[in-house]
Design a protein around this ligand. Structure first.
Ligand SMILES: NC(=O)c1ccc[n+]([C@@H]2O[C@H](COP(=O)([O-])OP(=O)(O)OC[C@H]3O[C@@H](n4cnc5c(N)ncnc54)[C@H](OP(=O)(O)O)[C@@H]3O)[C@@H](O)[C@H]2O)c1
Length: 393
């Protein structure tokens, strides 16, 4: 029987790759449901090609246009944010690929966990803000959370070499992004185009900006805490500009097990779908002799303050990761819209963290969403008040 897959965020970078992987794995896998937010043209093409039973467009205006364009579509068309929850809970769906960007994916990720699905999670923000709630819900309902993020997929694969108790350290690799060798003053003044010019990965705009500030690695540190049940002190970050070693696990005997591959998200997506099996897929093979050498260096935590903050936030836990993430989402949108300089992103995150009243533990979705809403509103207020936001040198 074919495994039935729902892709939340099918029009994004991960979503498009997931559709390609599933097409290559057909007939062992089939697309049962897909969702998008506003990308009408691409979504309509995907519906016509993949022919899912259910298609959801979360934005009501875009959904209206979709309905008109997809007149002959035999399946169901849903709309509104709740449609993601509906798709994630469909009884016939085996695997939910969560590839929405930002905290918007949280209710659906939780719904997939509650429905006992296999949750192939690319969308790191829900794990960052609700790691305890999400992993505990999955445990209670027999759901399996499989990482799609390349670093966490690498760690997950390396972990199979020993027991959890034998793990000494997880080493997340980072490309260093487009500003790895840029002077801090110049980086703070970077344009949107420069920030979106990632040297090794092709990704959606939000994660590309996060990679430039190394906020992405900060989010990944917190993601690793929850995915692997590790204390933050067992997680390290190493810059590896070639993006070939996707991450490593150091065991107590000193053995370091790494996973390598070309920088192509289709590989971790496929592994999450076929796990625990491996099958031939669509990814290009790694040719180390063509690369010649692989390089590594420690991250500059003074320059990439978001990463330093990420470690602090991971240690604090509770409400801090919620505020950290929400402030970043608002700040990145403002940067992409040309409203603030690149260097102001981390300033806004720090201001929000400083202004919030910390809670040591947040376990209900309502409390979490309230803290998220507060941080978004506060950061938006800071944006209006911009002259007071200094870009630290
Ligand atoms: N891209 C990568 O290589 C990569 C690697 C590792 C992890 N990730 C993680 O995977 C997630 C997706 O990244 P991406 O690069 O694929 O992002 P992306 O290209 O921006 O795609 C985001 C997807 O989410 C949909 N979406 C946006 N806002 C939404 C909302 N409010 N409600 C529902 N759906 C919404 C988009 O629909 P529309 O197109 O219709 O707007 C699109 O389908 C992120 O959390 C990212 O950190 C990505």
């Amino acid at each position: 029987m074919a495994k039935k897959v729902a892709i939340l965020g099918s029009t994004g970078s991960i979503g498009c790759n997931a559709l390609e992987v599933i097409a290559a794995l057909s007939p062992a896998f089939e697309v049962t449901a897909i969702s998008a937010h506003r990308s009408v043209d691409l979504f309509c093409r995907q519906v016509q090609t993949a022919r899912p039973a259910v298609a959801a467009m979360t934005d009501p205006q875009a959904a209206k246009v979709c309905r008109e364009r997809l007149g002959g579509f035999k399946g169901e068309i849903l709309t509104g944010p709740d449609s993601l929850v509906e798709i994630a809970s469909m009884p016939e769906v085996d695997i939910v690929v969560c590839a929405v960007v930002g905290a918007a994916g949280l209710p659906a990720a939780l719904a997939a966990a509650r429905a006992g699905k296999t949750l192939a999670i690319a969308n790191k923000e829900p794990l960052v803000i609700a790691g305890e709630l999400l992993t505990e819900t999955a445990r209670q309902h027999g759901a399996t959370i499989l990482p799609v993020d390349s670093e966490h997929s690498a760690v997950f694969q390396a972990m199979r070499s020993g027991s959890r108790a034998e793990v000494d350290k997880v080493i997340l690799t980072a490309s260093g992004g487009p500003f790895r060798t840029t002077a801090i003053e110049q980086m703070c003044r970077a344009t949107v185009q420069q920030a979106l010019n990632h040297p090794t990965w092709s990704m959606g705009p939000k994660i590309t900006v996060d990679s430039a500030s190394m906020m992405n690695k900060a989010l990944e540190v917190i993601e690793a805490v929850w995915l692997f049940g590790l204390p933050v002190d067992k997680i390290d970050v190493l810059i590896h500009p070639e993006s070939v070693v996707h991450s490593m696990v150091e065991f107590v005997d000193g053995s370091v097990i790494a996973q390598l591959g070309t920088p192509d998200m289709k590989l971790p997506i496929q592994y999450a779908l076929t796990y625990p099996k491996r099958v031939r897929g669509v990814c290009e093979r790694l040719r180390l002799e063509q690369l010649g050498k692989l390089t590594f260096e420690p991250p500059d935590l003074r320059k990439f303050r978001a990463l330093a903050l990420g470690f602090e936030v991971a240690r604090s836990g509770g409400s801090a990761p919620v505020v950290f993430n929400a402030a970043n989402e608002v700040a990145v949108n403002a940067f992409l819209a040309g409203r603030i300089p690149f260097g102001t992103i981390v300033e806004l995150i720090e201001r929000s963290l400083d202004a919030h009243t910390p809670k040591s533990r947040i376990l209900s979705l309502d409390d979490l969403m309230a803290m998220d809403a507060w941080a978004r509103a506060y950061t938006a207020e800071c944006l209006v008040d911009l002259p007071k936001v200094m870009i630290r040198k």
